[in-house]
Design a protein around this ligand. Structure first.
Ligand SMILES: Nc1ccn([C@@H]2O[C@H](COP(=O)(O)OP(=O)(O)OP(=O)(O)O)[C@@H](O)[C@H]2O)c(=O)n1
Ligand SMILES: O=P(O)(O)OC[C@@H](O)[C@@H](O)[C@@H](O)CO
Length: 463
């Protein structure tokens, strides 16, 4: 996780609300209906096993400064594996086919940065609008943008803090359907700590019965009309100090939100420790599987099968294939990790071919891809076993692969966000030692894929 400059420290321009019009944006002309009342459009989207037959749009409030992290860079722009947190959240919504559009609400000084992020990570359905000095004001600006004529007004608006990157389609579907039916819906989680009330002198006044209360999380959903009306009627104090959209719907629209319990991953990145936790989850998600390419040789398949068995104990799934052609080309579009196994071959041509395929598939836009070149050599007549070659015997011709060669290849690949590592297996005649070497190979492979460290790129490690 990196939180480098540019780090906007300028606090958002104060965004005063005009009581008459409740315009959330001081620059926009005040007018009686800040939320157009055109009939919501209809659209039919088929979800596997379910359907959403109304338009759904999303508002991602991302206009905060993240003061509680103690960092200069607002947490939504802190990077994980070279990508800002907000891009992960946007991706979680982009892959939901029945969501028609996403409005990201950012501080005015971050509008250019947000536009760059949308372009760099090829986000679709996304546009950025300026936020306000409080979360409610930002959300209000986002909701208003949904009705400003650039697109068909949605039936349901999903509101989700941009710093909650782990949200799944199943929950979004439940929230959207409940909001369409009920007018409002929100995700909840059990309380971890008991809530207590304090006296003005800082003493315990009373304790709430924890079982009767829940933590209000995100996503939340509202019919466009309900959330518009709520923001049109709410008070200046609500805009300034409020933290709960569901409350506004109840208070100003008489709409009782349907509450839906979500998974533990709904938590909001708030403190610095949450950034580390988010990075760990992102890395873990990318490291659950890999594709092993053998070229079809018997020795390479033997080594790959041994590796597959060994990493299974490390909670990692390997698919062993001969190449990335035909139906195996699908791995180029779904896998983040590739292991090229070469036995008795000195050149890196096979791994170069993998790199070329990956670059052509343009897969490294969202996440760095990991390619590991694993080399071994059969050293006895028993073809059922691939023994390990010493680095000085790596090739049939007796010439080993120069470490500089893989470093050069890796340096070029890194510019395309592909991390190339090499692992050599040591020579042994002893089956038990060979097993231990394969276990080391599995541990190194798993660690390289999990950490995706740019520092080790191009290194030739020894298993
Ligand atoms: N004026 C604001 C304040 C907050 N938010 C957004 O609302 C979400 C939840 O708010 P919070 O976690 O409080 O973010 P910050 O206000 O940035 O955090 P802090 O209170 O620590 O400064 C975040 O995505 C934040 O960017 C916003 O859009 N506009
Ligand atoms: O912006 P804050 O971190 O102060 O609070 C945000 C939370 O209140 C909010 O995300 C949920 O409680 C749902 O409303």
């Amino acid at each position: 996780m990196t939180c480098r400059d540019p780090s906007p420290t300028q606090l958002m321009e104060d965004n005063h609300i005009n009581m008459q019009s409740h315009s959330c944006d001081p620059d926009r002309p005040a007018h009686p209906g800040i939320f157009p009342t055109r009939e919501a459009g209809k659209s039919n989207h088929q979800l596997a096993g379910s359907s959403v037959d109304f338009l759904v749009s999303v508002v991602l409030p991302a206009g905060g400064t993240g003061e509680r992290t103690g960092l200069q860079t607002p947490k939504q722009f802190c990077s994980f594996l070279g990508r800002p947190l907000i891009s992960y959240t946007i991706q979680a919504f982009e892959r939901v086919s029945w969501i028609q559009s996403i409005v990201v609400v950012v501080a005015k000084e971050n509008m250019d940065l947000m536009t760059d992020i949308v372009q760099r990570f090829q986000h679709k359905k996304v546009r950025a609008v300026p936020g306000g000095s409080t979360r409610h004001r930002s959300i209000c600006n986002g909701v208003r943008a949904l009705g400003d004529g650039e697109e068909e007004r949605p039936k349901v608006v999903i509101i989700h803090d941009a710093v909650r990157p782990f949200v799944d389609e199943d929950l979004l579907y439940k929230i959207a359907m409940a909001a369409e039916e009920q007018g409002a819906a929100g995700a909840i989680r059990p309380l971890v700590s008991t809530v207590i009330a304090t006296t003005s002198e800082g003493y315990l006044d009373h304790s709430l019965e924890r079982a009767k209360y829940r933590a209000s999380e995100m996503p939340q959903g509202f019919t466009y009309d309900v959330i518009c009306q709520a923001y049109q009627k709410c008070s200046e104090s609500d805009f300034e100090f409020g933290t709960e959209c569901l409350h506004l719907a109840l208070q100003y629209c008489g709409t009782n939100a349907k509450l839906i319990q979500g998974p533990p991953t709904l938590w909001k990145v708030t403190y610095k420790r949450d950034l580390a936790a988010a990075e760990s989850i992102i890395k873990e998600t990318l490291s659950r599987s890999a594709c092993v390419i053998t070229g079809g040789s018997e020795q390479a398949v033997t080594l790959a099968d041994a590796l597959q068995k060994a990493v299974g104990a490390l909670d990692m799934k390997l698919d062993v294939i001969p190449d990335l052609m035909g139906e195996n080309a699908g791995y180029l579009l779904k896998e983040w990790n590739f292991i090229q196994v070469s036995v008795n071959r000195s050149c890196l041509s096979e791994v170069e071919a993998v790199l070329t395929d990956l670059q052509a598939a343009n897969r490294a836009v969202l996440h760095p891809l990991v390619v590991i070149w694993t080399s071994g050599r059969r050293t006895d007549s028993d073809s059922s076993k691939v023994h390990l070659s010493g680095s000085d015997e790596l090739s049939v011709s007796g010439r080993g692969v120069e470490p500089a060669t893989i470093m050069d290849l890796a340096s070029a690949a890194k510019f395309r966000n592909i991390l190339l590592y090499g692992i050599q297996l040591r020579q042994t005649k002893d089956a038990e030692r060979w097993e231990r070497s394969v276990l080391r190979l599995a541990e190194i492979t798993s660690a390289l894929i999990r950490e995706r460290s740019p520092a080790l790129v191009g290194q030739l490690l020894q298993a």
